[in-house]
Write a protein that binds this ligand. Structure first.
Ligand code: M6R
Length: 365
């Protein structure tokens, strides 16, 4: 049932192109996203939304942080993203014209369910973005949007993260269409690129042997620092979480611009720095962070776009991914980080699909 793969996690990483494709299928027509046949919310309801809150835990929270950056770029909504175990106890203003989106693979995470009860009491419209149609979350929200990831067995979320970002991007494009905040031409440009992502993801999977080689070189380090800016900051968070969860190596992620505000003190030849550095509008800034880390003799692993030779002259190792529009870079940059974590854990002989102390769904607080 693992389809020839030694672990579910590896199988699920390899399914991600398919997940992206399946999640988009039937939802894009003539350069526009259409979710009207499946969402309960109608156009009037959508036009009335002034704010959006996205609430989740763990990897689902990192997917939400990525979505935050496109919601603020593509729509006119005021956006807030929070961890469910914080949101439920905070005093954020949730009004009836707020759309509250709960992102949960399982739909059974205790804190996410509690946060949903709070939103419901405030009269806001709640939407579940989940992989499980019959889940408690899907049943308690006013509305739901399904990721088409299929069951995920590995405790470390991989393909559901891909399904989540795909679904959240579709939601952002759909809301933008109805609210008229993106031109037809821009919608077409974005949806055309979105359709290409599955192929790009599959190209990265073919490069697995070189990622495995690199993972073997780095499997004995005790601490890692992950850095990224903009769209790549949540990707750094997710890359560090994958490494922590399955290989038990301490990995911290920071917004690259925060390096000087503390973490730079940690850098020395024993702390590899993984930098997510796609060629986007913040690229030059990220490159200067690479140089700062290099000056302190940290081994540098960069994730960058194909053809970016400058990166190769600054970093010790580069994991190349096909280039895409700035907004979509997480779809490609996250994949080598998942594979890196997987192969480090495998080299260390860890129990990859069932890491210690972790459960697939966290149904207690
Ligand atoms: O089922 P959920 O999406 O609500 O789960 C949230 C987190 O527990 C989950 O993403 C966790 O962080 C994973 N182990 C990450 O790999």
């Amino acid at each position: 049932e693992m389809g020839g793969y030694p672990h579910y996690m590896l199988k699920e990483i390899h399914e991600q192109g398919g997940v992206c494709r399946a999640t988009i299928k039937g939802r894009v027509h003539d350069g526009k996203v259409d979710l009207s046949g499946e969402l309960a919310m109608d156009e009037e309801t959508i036009k009335g939304f002034k704010a959006i809150h996205i609430v989740a835990c763990g990897t689902s929270y990192y997917a939400s942080l990525i979505a935050e950056r496109v919601f603020e770029r593509w729509t006119d909504l005021d956006i807030k993203v929070d961890i469910a175990s914080e949101y439920r106890y905070r005093d954020s203003k949730i009004s009836p014209d707020t759309l509250v989106v709960f992102v949960s693979q399982s739909g059974e995470t205790a804190d996410t369910l509690a946060a949903q009860r709070k939103a419901r009491e405030s009269g806001a419209y709640s939407l579940a973005v989940t992989n499980v149609q019959g889940s408690t979350l899907a049943r308690s929200c006013d509305d739901f949007l399904l990721l088409k990831a299929g069951p995920e067995i590995g405790v470390a979320a991989t393909k559901t993260f891909m399904g989540q970002i795909t679904s959240l991007y579709l939601l952002a494009l759909y809301i933008a269409k109805i609210k008229g905040t993106l031109s037809d031409q821009k919608q077409k440009e974005l949806t055309d690129e979105m359709i290409q992502l599955a192929y790009k993801i599959e190209t990265i999977l073919e490069r697995e042997p070189s990622i495995e080689d690199l993972a073997w070189k780095f499997a004995d380090y005790k601490n890692f620092l992950f850095l990224g800016r903009g769209m790549s900051f949540p990707v750094a968070l997710e890359g560090a979480l994958k490494l922590k969860e399955i290989s038990y190596i301490h990995a911290e992620a920071y917004a690259a611009g925060e390096m000087k505000h503390g973490p730079i003190a940690l850098i020395d030849p024993n702390v590899p720095v993984v930098v997510v550095a796609p060629k986007d509008s913040l690229y030059e800034k990220t490159l200067s962070n690479i140089q700062e880390a290099k000056a302190r003799h940290a081994p540098i692993i960069a994730v960058g776009f194909d053809g970016d030779e400058r990166l190769a002259s600054d970093a010790d190792h580069v994991l190349y991914v096909p280039s895409t529009l700035e907004e979509f870079s997480p779809f490609v940059t996250v994949v080598p980080l998942q594979l890196f974590a997987y192969h480090v854990a495998k080299k260390r002989g860890c129990e990859i699909d069932k890491p210690r102390n972790l459960a697939k769904s966290v149904t207690v607080e």
